[in-house]
Structure formats: structure tokens, C-alpha cells
Design a protein around this ligand. Structure first.
Ligand code: SME
Length: 263
């Protein structure tokens, strides 16, 4: 996400501040920083204490990551912030050179509201940023499931993916779940066949509902498409009756449209 304008001597930047920029179109949060150190200029022994070599984990080129003491906000549209460089446990590397560093988005910005639409609106650009540069499908499905779980605290959020003539459990967040669903079974199978979002206010009233957990009371399932065919479904379960509404349908479908661009 950012690179220093020039290689910086570790000693010089230990207490320095970095100015960096976010490409996000909304406010972002930064809570972890990663440094990639190129040790080509680093002496083999610790000059501060020659009897101790550098930590064994330290290789010629290493990446270290550390949480910042507090989360920093990058307010949109300025998108810039000045951050103190955290003290890394690998100190002292007094002569090594930092050639690049990455800023890692570790936490989601979730507004303190119960208004689902507002939460989806805030979440959407963050999910877009999460998946935009990542071509790996599993990684993106996993992060989308985690982001939804974190933002809304749903009982279960996950994907079932089309494999052969069944839907097979993919990345999810929540208790263990059924691994395979036939196309003619359950809410997920219904979603697969109709290629439409299915909203179930009371799972006990849905003929053929598959109860992976007795705690699940209501459910929404959204189809995920790839090249015009159903690639899989996003299944979200709540432990409350009638927990999903039109805002969830619209919000989840918008998230799936973003995800589909990476499939
Ligand atoms: N209830 C789903 C099965 C999946 S679990 O809820 C995770 C269904 O009826 O298809």
C-alpha cells in the first residue's frame, strides 16, 4: 500500500513517522504494519552486542508484521495519515535498510448502528478493497464470510459451491455445518434451482429446510454466478426469527456482484 520515498536506515527511522496514502474511496483503518527488510546492508552480527547474532529467524530478506499501538483512521477523501513506526521485536538491526513496507488492513470499519443498510454501505467499499487485488477464490470467499460475520454477528455465514451434482461446503464462519447439499434439497438447493435470492423468515415453515443447527431460525441464500451459471450460493443464518429484510437482500447481492468480478 505504500513505499518509502527512499531506502531508510533502520536506526534513522526507528522513531520516524511515515506518511502514507490509501487507495480506498472511503475511510480506511490501519492497525497493523508490515515491514520488508532487505538485509543486504546488514552486518552479520549485532553491532550493539557482538556476542549475539541477529535473531535466527532473520534471513537475508524478511518480512515482519506488528500491530500498531492503536488503530489509525485515514479519512476520505484526503486518504493520508502520518503514522509512528512501531518498535519491532527484531531490534536492534541498526544498520539494516528498509526497502519497502506494506500497510495491512486488519480491521473493518463498522458503524455503531443497527441500521443494516448503513452497515452494508460502509462495508461494501471495504470488501471491494479486500478482494480487488486478490485473484485467489478461496481467499476472497473466506474474507467475505469473515467480514459479514464481523459486521453483523450473524450466527452462520458461508458458501456452498457447485461441484458435480451437489453443493459442497466452502469457506464459512460459524459452527460446523452440513458438507453436501443435493440440488433438490434445502434452501440452498432451492436457491440453486431458481437462481434467485431466497429469504426465509422462519426456517421451520420452509419445506425441506436442512437444519445444520437447531439454533438457526431464519435464513437468506444468495446465488453466486460465474459465466452465467451458478458457481455456488452464499448462505446466511440467524438465530433470530425473521431477521432478514430487503436491505439484506440488496446489500448481500451487491457484495456478491463484487465477488463475482474475481471469480
Ligand atoms: N439450511 C441450509 C443448509 C445449510 S446450513 O444452514 C449452514 C439449507 O436448508 O439449505
Amino acid at each position: 500500500m505504500g513505499v518509502p520515498t527512499m531506502p531508510l536506515a533502520w536506526q534513522a527511522c526507528r522513531n520516524a513517522f511515515f506518511v502514507f496514502e490509501s487507495r480506498r474511496k472511503r475511510m480506511a483503518q490501519i492497525s497493523r504494519i508490515s515491514l520488508e527488510l532487505n538485509a543486504s546492508d546488514c552486518p552479520k552480527t549485532n553491532p550493539c552486542n557482538p556476542r549475539h547474532p541477529f535473531p535466527p529467524r532473520f534471513k537475508d530478506k524478511s518480512r515482519f508484521s506488528q500491530f500498531l499501538p492503536k488503530t489509525h483512521h485515514l479519512p476520505w477523501p484526503t486518504n493520508t495519515a502520518t503514522l509512528p513506526l512501531p518498535k519491532f521485536r527484531i531490534q536492534p538491526l541498526s544498520h539494516s535498510i528498509i526497502h519497502s513496507f506494506n500497510i495491512v488492513l486488519e480491521t473493518l470499519l463498522i458503524p455503531a448502528t443497527t441500521d443494516r443498510k448503513e452497515i452494508y454501505d460502509t462495508l461494501l467499499p471495504q470488501i471491494e478493497a479486500l478482494v480487488a487485488d486478490e485473484p485467489d477464490v478461496t481467499a476472497n470467499l473466506a474474507n467475505v464470510a469473515a467480514a459479514l460475520k464481523q459486521a453483523f454477528g450473524f450466527f452462520w455465514v458461508g458458501f456452498y459451491l457447485t461441484k458435480g451434482n451437489q453443493l459442497v461446503l466452502g469457506p464459512f464462519q460459524g459452527p460446523v455445518a452440513c458438507t453436501r447439499i443435493d440440488f433438490d434439497k434445502g434452501v440452498c438447493g432451492h436457491c440453486y434451482r431458481t437462481q434467485q435470492t431466497v429469504l426465509v423468515p422462519d426456517v421451520e415453515q420452509f419445506p425441506g429446510h436442512i437444519a445444520c443447527s437447531s439454533a438457526s431460525k431464519s435464513e437468506i441464500v444468495v446465488p453466486v454466478f460465474k459465466n452465467g451459471a451458478v458457481f455456488g450460493v452464499l448462505d446466511v443464518d440467524s438465530d433470530r426469527l425473521d431477521d432478514f429484510n430487503e436491505a439484506d437482500k440488496i446489500g448481500l447481492e451487491r457484495i456478491i456482484r463484487i465477488l463475482e468480478k474475481q471469480l
